[in-house]
Ligand binder design. Structure first.
Ligand SMILES: [Zn+2]
Length: 216
């Protein structure tokens, strides 16, 4: 019976790999496992990702975690109890970036924290990153980039090494324009449930585009 169910699922995935209804059938554990693998890799590569020690940098961690807490307390966050939503700060003043890998592992560069003009701007960026995790854009993208075979092996859980190999490529995955737009829309929704100005989302990205133009 169990086998039949899995083959049925496989068939549906092969037909509608990028359809939202199918995404709902893919267990959240896949997002969590991918995120976990990725966070192990980050911890193991301190030279590439010099993560600040939370014990020695309590002030900045408290500041960012407070923003994170307000965002994930929004009623619109579906996976608060499923995803860890941990925050790690990467020491690199030249990188104006933040990212949140599948399963809710948030990373913020010190360059971004120093660059933003207000807490609302930083909240806007974090909300956008959280929205990527909430909307499971990484798993969706994996299905589109690597085909259904990858998803099938993840669902069947036959080879854990697949997860590690995929985890290594997570950062080079590019979200589609549609996913970026969706992340912005959800970010605004989350921000409405906080004291932060929802205009922080657009404000920061506009500023970043200007900055990029200047440095070109
Ligand atoms: Zn994005």
């Amino acid at each position: 019976m169990f086998l039949i169910k899995r083959w049925y699922l496989l068939l549906i995935i092969m037909i509608f790999s990028s359809c939202n209804a199918v995404m709902e059938m893919i267990p959240l554990d896949i997002d969590k496992n991918l995120g976990e693998q990725f966070s192990y890799q980050i911890n193991a590569s301190q030279s590439e990702y010099p993560v600040l020690d939370p014990e020695k940098n309590k002030e900045v961690y408290t500041y960012v975690e407070n923003i994170r807490n307000q965002l994930i307390n929004s009623d619109k966050i579906k996976y608060r109890d499923h995803f860890p939503y941990t925050v790690k700060i990467i020491q690199d003043d030249n990188t104006l970036n933040a990212f949140c890998v599948a399963g809710g592992y948030i990373y913020v560069y010190t360059g971004l924290i120093k660059y933003v003009d207000s807490e609302s701007e930083l909240a806007g960026v974090l909300a956008h990153e959280i929205a990527h995790a909430e909307n499971r854009h990484t798993v969706k993208q994996l299905a589109e980039s690597y085909g259904t075979g990858v998803l099938i092996s993840l669902i069947f859980g036959s080879d854990y090494r697949d997860l590690i190999n995929i985890g290594q490529q997570l950062l080079s995955l590019k979200f589609s324009r549609g996913d970026e737009k969706e992340a912005d829309q959800y970010a605004v929704e989350y921000l409405y449930d906080t004291p932060y100005d929802p205009r922080g989302v657009g404000g920061f990205f506009k500023k970043l585009i200007k900055e990029e133009k200047r440095s070109q």
